[in-house]
Design a protein around this ligand. Sequence first.
Ligand code: DGY
Length: 323
Amino acid sequence: MNKPKVFIARKIPKHVEDYIAEFCDYEKWDKDEFIPRDMLLKRIQDKEGIMQARVIIDEELLEYAPKLRVVSNISVGYNNFNIDAMKARKIIGTNTPGVLDDSVADLVFSLTLCTARRIAELDKYVKEGRWTATDDLNLLGTDIHHSSIGIIGMGRIGEAVAKRAKLGFDMEVFYYNRNRKYKLEEELGVRYCDFESLIKTCDFIVLLVPSTKDTYHLIDYKEFSLMKRNAILINASRGQTVNEKALIKALQDKKIFGAGLDVYEQEPIKSNNPLLKMSNVITVPHIGTATVETRANMASVAAINLVKALYGEIPPNIVPELL
Ligand code: DGY
């Protein structure tokens, strides 16, 4: 029997590639940079499956790949899927939830700590030889321990952040979510809060909602104006959840203390973006899941999703809208 043809559009560990090779006839892209779109479109014309990260799966791509049956994301987010277009062609779309929660939560905390204690700014200060014998009164940050954190989007990653906040830093943890998490409230002592109260009262505001029509520019200038002057915004979800122009203005107007950002409205961020000039903003390049271990686990989950779907089994992680 002929094996199904697939294209792997991101570097993956050898053992995952070997697993795919058992079941599929595959071609791969194994350069560090993203595959150029035109090259991808040429290489998927005869493929039944694609495994990739952050490739926009839209009408155009689907037109180029008439045999396509499965798109396996190596990510938990799937805002790269045009759900209607995929539905119309009965394409199965999968993602990789579960294996990345702790890594993303660790990154949220790195951003929280670095922003509050001005780590990047003060690292530069020391390295540039500006640490002289003067007192350190200009170098004060703000406390994380015993402060309050508001988590917007209490999924698995939110829970991992809440645990770190509560058990590691004795923070008061509030959350806003579509559904109440009564068990978590009871077990961890986190408190449900309406959206407006959360942004008005929390010292740290962490965005972990997926990017959808409903969450587009969820945080805009109005929301920044409601925040405390010492508030710090952490965004580890998707750039589209924050109006970046409003964020820049809020920082310029000193409406908030700072921001820790893993994601941006445009990625990679443009070199002239004013955020890059702001010492109270920590910017990292969408690395929430970027550890060797987690990326390997994500690739394994994505490979299982791909193979199962191609062989007519129900893959473990079909995204809910395509079920
Ligand atoms: C995810 O898994 O969605 C991360 O943001 C990496 O893309």
